[in-house]
Design a protein around this ligand. Structure first.
Ligand code: GLN
Ligand code: ZN
Length: 758
């Protein structure tokens, strides 16, 4: 018999109940008991969902983030949040995640947040110092086991492994975090002992760093840890996901644990080597269902591959999704409006567990026992493969006709910047914004009314144009040099375009947790991408008609469209990206044709598409920047291309950024005191840069002085004639009361700097 299990489930609830409960709790509208009740209900629903599996997973639920939970489990709370009495409350927990501010005391900064491997989930970064001590706080985990009311031998708690935990954190005093391992391991030993005492037999211990390039020191830390933990009274399932083990394969197989889980959706070819290396007494858990995407699995193909493995391993084989299902939406059945054919190709969290069960049944009792289900699955896959909505010959024709020169500007930057300067006639240190202006309650209401049929298209359009007119008036009053239309009509920078392009499907409820209570709803790219009409022209042209200043057209770039969608798995990502680039290229050319002189192409997510292994970075950057080039660089010399990226790490990718050859790049810098411009300076970045001087992630209004200081720092690194002044990012989450004074101060700063350098 094969054993089924999973690595973790979505935890925001079917209707995002957790999100709404958390936000109400933070606003003081819900008490702790009510919040706990919502959380308990979600765990109970998840228990029901997994009841079809052999092992039940506990410890995957979190009120905010599982890494933050681990920090609390090990008593590793940043000193600035530590209470005298040493007792931690729910509010302490949220304070570490969100920062603390009250009227009497100065605000305490939240712990940092960063991306969880190559996903769009963000975790709270553990903080370490050479003095960090750990103390086990196991009560919550034990309660989660007992509350299931199930035989604890069937329960598999999940914890982060000690080495990955240290790897994920940050040393705050420059000390070596690995020095803490000797202090951390006894805590793990204690934890495992207590879990055994609670009746638990198996513990899932996650060490996903095994799919990354590890130095000898980190490899040694893994060896050291698991040798020290090998006498624990529970069986450890060492768990890896998100990629292949490669050079860590032997290490992963040899660590003294009772079982190994690997992501077999991405590394089928490694599995036979693993089986050869894995000692005979160990369990092998194969992650056969892709936990990162929303497509139906090819059950027959999986079975054909898995059956011989099963006959070889028998009881030693476990099967599961490749990783936690946190990264996919919960339930496809909720999508009532999704095109039925496309829906028949998809599988969300719940459906993936059903697929898993089917495979187990087929292995245990033969394929005949589930022949109808297997046939349905095969039919769905076949219609997807043959569908004319997936393969569009005209798109392939265009793809074949792409020439290298399509990704290149006509003239080098020095030449075209002169042409643009003449056309645009901008002052030195021009001011602009990143695109969006406040998304007010009335804008959102209009969108809802339109969606619910309460507002006709014409009245909706009229309302949006009023918003645009208001936004232009405000910018003119402030005196900004390059205006934007404000993006009132965009619900989301990816979904807005996805709704209008062929090859995209938009869901209603397919939310995925991004961090804390924040969720995203990525569109699904199911087929070849085609654009049939101009997507932004009407708003952009209208905005330009209201002002004599240059209006910057605003698009989401191909790489960001790709990285923030669920993508098709039947062709390389690079191909899909290039199709997006072609569609957006047409949009760029339409805007140019309409007389728009500046076009910004946002690539907010370019960096996050970087593969986990550095050895694969160049490959990704090459096709990603080529796609950007195809999208952006078909324009005349006189059209100015901007791009925007909202992060601050450019060290390793500056060459690729320069190769994109945007005339202006606006970036997030205000929090880093312009330090990140060092990279641009050292690289001798040739084009213009707009370093953000206004941190839009807080409601604070930056002062004139702060912004002047930041710009002076920037001017020390980058020649003033290649600098712009702008906020860090879009202003959609801010309120007009904050935005207007902040931009007024920014404009004044520009004026003063111009005077002083004239
Ligand atoms: N143009 C977008 C905006 O201003 C950019 C958002 C982003 O970078 N995430 O909202
Ligand atoms: Zn941004």
């Amino acid at each position: 018999m094969v054993t089924t299990h999973h690595l973790g489930l979505p935890r925001i609830g079917t209707k995002r109940e957790l999100k709404f409960a958390l936000e109400a709790y933070w606003r003081g509208e819900l008490d702790q008991r009510e919040l706990e009740q919502t959380a308990f209900k979600i765990r109970r629903d998840n228990l029901l969902l997994q009841s079809r599996l052999d092992m039940l997973t506990v410890g995957d639920f979190s009120l905010y983030d599982q890494v933050l939970d681990s920090s609390f489990l090990f008593g590793n709370i940043p000193p600035r949040f530590r209470q005298e009495a040493g007792i931690t409350t729910l509010d302490d927990y949220f304070q570490v995640a969100r920062g603390a501010s009250n009227q009497d005391t100065p605000p305490v900064a939240a712990a940092e947040m960063t991306k969880w491997f190559d996903t769009n989930y963000h975790y709270i970064v553990p903080e370490f110092q050479h003095t960090t001590e750990f103390r086990l706080a196991i009560d919550t985990l034990l309660t989660r086991i007992t509350e299931t009311g199930t035989d604890p031998r069937r329960i598999k708690p999940v914890i982060i492994g000690p080495v990955t935990y240290l790897w994920l954190g940050k040393s705050k005093d420059g000390s070596d975090k690995l020095d803490l391992l000797q202090r951390l391991l006894p805590i793990y030993a204690d934890l495992l002992t207590q879990l055994a005492a609670a009746g638990v037999e198996w513990v899932q211990i996650d060490e996903p760093i095994l799919v990354t390039e590890l130095s000898a020191t980190w490899q040694h830390a893994l060896r050291n840890s698991y040798y020290q933990l090998q006498n624990s009274p529970v069986k450890l399932l060492l768990t890896t996901y998100f990629g292949q083990l490669r050079e860590n394969l032997q290490l992963a197989c040899e660590l003294p644990v009772a079982g190994l889980h690997i992501d077999a959706s991405r590394q089928q070819e490694e599995v036979s080597r693993i089986i050869d290396w894995l000692p005979m007494h160990k369990i092998l858990s194969l992650g056969i269902i892709d936990g990162r995407n929303i497509w139906k699995s090819d059950l027959n193909a999986i079975l054909a591959w898995l059956e011989p493995i099963h006959s070889r391993l028998r009881q030693r084989l476990w099967i599961a999704p490749s990783c936690s299902l946190l990264h996919v939406p919960l339930d496809l059945e909720r999508e009532q409006k999704l095109d039925p054919e496309i829906k028949s190709w998809c599988s969300f969290g719940k459906q993936k567990l059903i697929e898993l069960e089917l495979i187990a049944t087929a292995l245990n009792r033969g394929r005949d026992s589930v022949s109808a289900e297997l046939e349905n699955n095969a039919n769905a896959l076949l219609t997807r493969k043959r569908s004319q909505r997936v393969i569009v010959p005209s798109v392939h024709q265009r793809m074949a006709e792409i020439t290298p020169s399509m990704a290149q500007r006509r003239s080098p930057y020095e030449v075209r910047s002169q042409v643009q300067a003449q056309r645009l006639n901008l002052p030195p240190l021009p001011t602009t914004t990143i695109g969006s202006f406040p998304q007010t309650g009335s804008i959102r209401q209009c969108r809802r009314d339109y969606r619910n049929g309460k507002l006709t298209w014409n009245s909706y359009k009229k309302a949006m144009k009023q918003e645009i007119a208001y936004c232009i008036r405000q910018q003119e009053e402030i005196g900004l040099d390059v205006l934007v239309h404000g993006e009132a009509e965009r619900n989301d920078m990816v979904e807005y375009f996805g709704e209008q392009l062929d090859g995209f499907a938009i869901t209603e409820h397919a939310w995925v947790q991004s961090y804390g209570s924040r969720c995203v709803k990525p569109p699904i790219i199911y087929g070849d991408i085609e654009r049939h009409h101009c997507m932004t022209g009407e708003w952009t042209d209208y905005a330009q008609s209201l002002t004599t200043k240059p209006l910057k057209g605003m698009l989401t770039g191909p790489v960001t469209m790709l990285n923030w969608s669920f993508v098709r798995d039947d062709q390389p990502r690079a191909t899909t990206c290039l199709q997006l680039a072609l569609a957006l290229r047409d949009e760029v050319l339409d805007l140019e044709q309409a007389g728009i002189a500046i076009i910004q192409i946002d690539e907010a997510a370019l960096r996050e598409g970087l593969p986990l292994r550095r050895s694969e970075w160049q490959g990704y950057l090459k096709w990603a920047t080529h796609a950007f080039g195809v999208c952006a660089n078909g324009v005349q010399d006189s059209t100015q291309i901007h791009t925007h990226m909202c992060y601050s790490e450019f060290n390793d990718i500056i060459g690729a950024i320069a190769a994109m050859d945007a005339d202006v790049i606006t970036i997030e810098t205000s929090r880093s005191d312009m330090e990140l411009l060092e990279v641009f300076e050292a690289f001798d970045y040739p084009n213009a840069i707009g370093p953000g001087v206004y941190d839009i992630h807080t409601p604070n209004i930056p002062s004139l002085d702060e912004m002047m200081t930041l710009m002076r720092q920037a001017m020390q690194r980058i020649p003033a004639d290649r600098l712009w002044i702008n906020p860090d990012c879009g202003l959609k989450t801010r309120r007009w009361q904050e935005v207007v004074p902040a931009l007024e101060a920014m404009q004044r700063a520009a004026g003063l700097l111009r005077e002083s350098s004239a």
